[in-house]
Design a protein around this ligand. Sequence first.
Ligand SMILES: [Fe+2]
Length: 466
Amino acid sequence: MVPKRVLLLLLVTTLGLRCARNTERVALDEPITPPGTVEREPYLVTISDTSAVLRWSTYTPEQPGIRFWAEEAEGDTTELVLEEMGRDHTFQMLSLLPATEYTYQIQINDTLWSDAAGFRTFPKPGSKEPFAFLAFGDSGLRSAGQLAAADQLNQEEAALIIHMGDVAYVDGTVQEFTDNHFGVYAPLLKRVPFFPAPGDHDLRTAGGAPYIDAFTPPGGRPSSDSPLYYSFTYGSVRFISLDSKSSEEHAVEHGYLGDPSSEQYQWLLRQLSAARADPNIDWTMVYFHHPPYSASTGFGGHGSDLAIRRTISPLMDGYRVLLVFNGHDHDYQRSRPIRGNALAEDGEGTVYFVSGGGGGRTTFRGTGSDWFTAFSEQLYHYLRVQVDHYTVRIEAVNVDGNVFDEYEVTIPEDQRKTWTREAEPLALPGVGADEAAGTGGEAAAGSTDTGSPPQSPPPGTPPDTL
Ligand SMILES: [Fe+2]
């Protein structure tokens, strides 16, 4: 007999609530919410292997509720209705089963339930089950190009979405996020979690408050103290999302990626070290807005961010990060494998993708090519990335749903998991080669199968807190 699963659901804005367990199966064709009630359709702020956070907003204060169930939980439905009125509604579902399909409906004003929607919890960390994720950037303009790409995206089946910044043009206001993001991708966002990295436009209003409010789960991300950079795990992939915005000002500040003493840089070092030491992790994928390798120098093109290249690319080399995803330039670019700022063999270097064709430009005037360029084209598009254990396949998809570029990389056999024990020395900016070699070598020798970090961060780095 299957033990009764207790599905715990917490309300974030909890004050006076009533909770009921309903064992009756909910009909999927019950009435939908009245038109004009919901300002932001329900969207998944985050999902893990045991939890999910759902959020939506209404134009006027309403009384929200939610009910959800898993098919395999023997028909049990958890239902919760908040007695407090409000406009922004956040429900955190905890103690969920991993790799399980859930169905939910939201309620407005204690009467009508929405259409049913579904999501799938992540598998347990270390799972090797194949999965797909979507990646794009520079999208939120509500242009014809964005809407055309969204028509394709909204039909995709994927485990998660990463976004490389500039979610909402022009200034990242509350209204722009509502209209240019949530209003465009609602069919996708209600069933697939969205993990953004901030772009320059996203942080223009009130220090990025609308962006932070929209995408930060209650209590923040468990991997980071900052709402602007964080990591998460799906199966055997560790995703690391960074805030590269401050590189634009070339200022040494809290999160400046180009400054090795900054909090974000030090956090990144600990993340990379922990991911490499974690026996559950096969891949580390890093994404942020400003591209260290970009050949876009024509009209509206930004080109390579050399500060980021100098500071971040050595880390990608040192920790064997094979895939990096960027935006900012409004085109599609795939680099050749790069290691040590030179070309490398497949599987031996990092391939940098620029995927900034989400819709943030209404006209195109061509892209460029440089020594590192493998493929470059200026068009609306997004990336579909399929992970199958040691092999990852990236497909670039146009607004017609056709794949116009594809790239596949497999972790070389002699590098699988040996990364955790025999990684090459990390060349830190400002550190001599001998010194860097000593740091990496000593740490590598000291690593074990227990998952302890194999490489000591630079002096002054706090202990790993993961
Ligand atoms: Fe940008």
